[in-house]
Ligand binder design. Structure first.
Ligand code: UD1
Length: 363
């Protein structure tokens, strides 16, 4: 059996790594890894392959950046011949990035079976490119692997046949469980707890420069109370540069802007943070697993289980609420109690591998 994995952007790598490992123990399974090249900076891609101990990609489509249409079309055009050439029995796509939907669409047009890892998540917010990518990818997929029960319900509500849906748990948590012991020793030497960890890269937060300026001013205010560590995504870096005179490491030692961090360093930063402020999807899940309070600067989340079972709180685009909730957490003390989410146990990829190899259905 030949399985071809498609990855393209940073959050795909930690999801694909455990599935590649889990499938590698089956002698009859042959695997191919295709990197679309959506993320191409060494700090956004190569270092993750090294730290996650992933095999080098068998081919890189080198699509790079562009508008959504350009990037999606570039993946489709480059992936089609690669797929025809390699003729896999099944293609696995991950998460909700442009590379995910582009690859799934190529497969379904060519009649190649597709499995979607991290299926069923919904924010209900169609202004997010990821929400469009998720909905389309799920409609195109033959096997849908969900991280939590809400994913199964969302898919069933959209008319997807239950026999295609498998609740397997969270593959990103598989990687976290495996690498947390190593990450314990990986806190960047320039960082000393206590601190709040910040990441922001969503278009809704960083593309509107007036909003970004206000957000940064709020963070600078907060940094008078607690040091802020802010690894900056390339997209955010570009926007910050166009703001010009904003606080940086040089002007404000309490608000430290860092380069994008490798996997182990970033996991260590989360593990030792008093509080995390983010607009990422995966970080909402990782902080829930780690029991670290998380404030999400978005109006909605496709991961509601992190609100109901975990440590996540939505503060929306409301800076007063962000400030007050952060102050409240700092007043209460360092940590909320960790609650485990069912099947976020480090074994999700093994369940996926068994389902694929067994070739069974849910009938
Ligand atoms: C993409 C995903 C998003 C995910 C994020 C994680 C989509 C629609 N979005 O967003 O879901 O949370 O990855 O990082 O697929 N850039 C570089 N170097 C790189 C990659 C990007 O400088 O290696 C810059 C480019 O200017 C590019 C911009 O970042 O235009 C945005 O990159 P892109 O892949 O389009 O989307 P992300 O914002 O990274």
């Amino acid at each position: 059996m030949h399985i071809l994995h498609v990855v393209g952007a940073r959050p795909n790598f930690m999801k694909a790594a455990p599935v590649l490992r889990a499938l590698s123990v089956y002698p009859k399974v042959r695997q191919t890894l295709v990197h679309t090249g959506q993320h191409y900076d060494a700090a956004m891609s190569d270092v993750f392959f090294r730290q996650l101990e992933m095999p080098a990609p068998d081919c890189n489509l080198e699509v790079g950046s562009g508008t959504h249409a350009q990037q999606t079309a570039a993946v489709m055009q480059a992936f089609e011949p690669a797929l025809l050439d390699r003729k896999p029995d099944l293609v696995l796509v991950y998460g909700d990035v442009n590379s995910t939907v582009a690859a799934a669409l190529v497969c379904s047009k060519l009649g190649v079976r597709v499995g979607h890892v991290e299926a069923g998540l919904r924010s209900g917010d169609r202004t997010m490119p990821e929400e469009i990518n998720r909905r389309l990818t799920d409609q195109l997929s033959d096997l849908l692997f969900t991280p939590s029960e809400d994913g199964n319900e969302n898919l069933a509500r959209e008319g997807i046949d239950r026999s295609k849906i498998y609740l397997v748990g969270n593959v990103m948590i598989d990687t976290l469980v495996r690498l947390l012991p190593k990450a314990e020793k990986s806190l960047p030497s320039s960082v000393e707890p206590p601190y709040a960890l910040v990441t922001l890269h969503r278009p809704s937060n960083v593309d509107d420069l007036d909003w970004l300026r206000e957000l940064l001013t709020t963070l600078a205010d907060l940094s008078a109370r607690l040091k802020i560590i802010f690894p900056v995504h390339p997209r955010t870096r570009q926007r910050l540069e166009s703001l010009g005179d904003m606080p940086t490491r040089e002007s404000n030692s309490q608000l430290c802007l860092l380069d994008p961090q490798p996997y182990l360093e970033f996991l260590a930063l989360q593990r030792h943070a008093t509080l995390v402020i983010t607009d990422s999807g995966g970080i909402q899940e990782e902080t829930t697993f780690l029991g670290v309070p998380c404030l999400t600067v978005r109006d909605n989340t496709e991961r509601p289980i992190t609100l109901t079972r975990g440590t996540n709180r939505l503060v929306g685009r409301d800076l007063k609420r962000l400030r007050n909730t952060a102050e409240e957490i700092l007043g209460v003390g360092p940590k909320t109690k960790q609650t485990l989410v069912p099947l976020w146990d480090g074994q999700a990829a093994q369940r996926i591998a068994q389902i694929i190899v067994r070739g069974s259905t849910n009938d």
